[in-house]
Design a protein around this ligand. Structure first.
Ligand SMILES: [Zn+2]
Length: 172
């Protein structure tokens, strides 16, 4: 179910930026792959969890047990874009703005610092549909999240890993 919902996430993003808002300057096909895949992963995870709850599945509190296959909690900044074994564009960028797991508490060193919780789907949608690259996405995250969902310092801590990832030539 998570994989199907992931693909529907791509479709809604594509459809919005191509047809619903034909005058947008943000082209879906030119949107950076990390943004495309991280948003689709968010949809797969978020709607997947909603679905499995309705059929009585118990959700896990572990970052590493993921019934939807889309929470991307194993992502690391060393994973490169397009690497078949560890495709770095499948990140938890949007999942971690929403979930209430603080991975660092699970004592697994590579997991991201994640002290931001509860950003609603409507805000994530607004950010993804108006961002084509990391600079735009980063600016919108700051505008929409601070101070409602986190402090500027918390956001900077969170985004540092993504800044690092985008700084590698392979990932541009
Ligand atoms: Zn995808």
């Amino acid at each position: 179910m998570g994989a199907t919902l992931h693909e529907l996430g791509h479709l809604t993003h594509y459809w919005n930026n191509t047809y619903t808002n034909p005058n947008t300057t943000v082209s879906y096909s030119s949107t950076h792959l990390l943004l495309q895949e991280s948003f689709a992963s968010y949809v797969g995870w978020y709607l997947g969890e909603e679905y499995y709850k309705t059929v009585g599945k118990q959700m896990s509190n572990s970052a590493l047990i993921d019934i939807t296959g889309n929470n991307r909690q194993q992502w690391r900044t060393s994973w490169k874009r397009g690497d078949p074994a560890t495709p770095g564009e499948y990140s938890p960028l949007f999942v971690d703005l929403t979930d209430n797991l603080e991975q660092e508490q699970q004592m697994i060193p590579y997991l991201l610092p994640d002290n931001i919780v509860g950003v609603p789907a409507s805000t994530i949608w607004e950010i993804i549909t108006t961002s084509q690259n990391w600079a735009q996405c980063r600016q919108k995250l700051s505008q929409r999240l601070v101070p409602t969902y986190c402090t500027s310092a918390q956001l900077e801590t969170y985004l540092a890993n993504f800044d690092e990832w985008f700084s590698y030539p392979d990932n541009r």
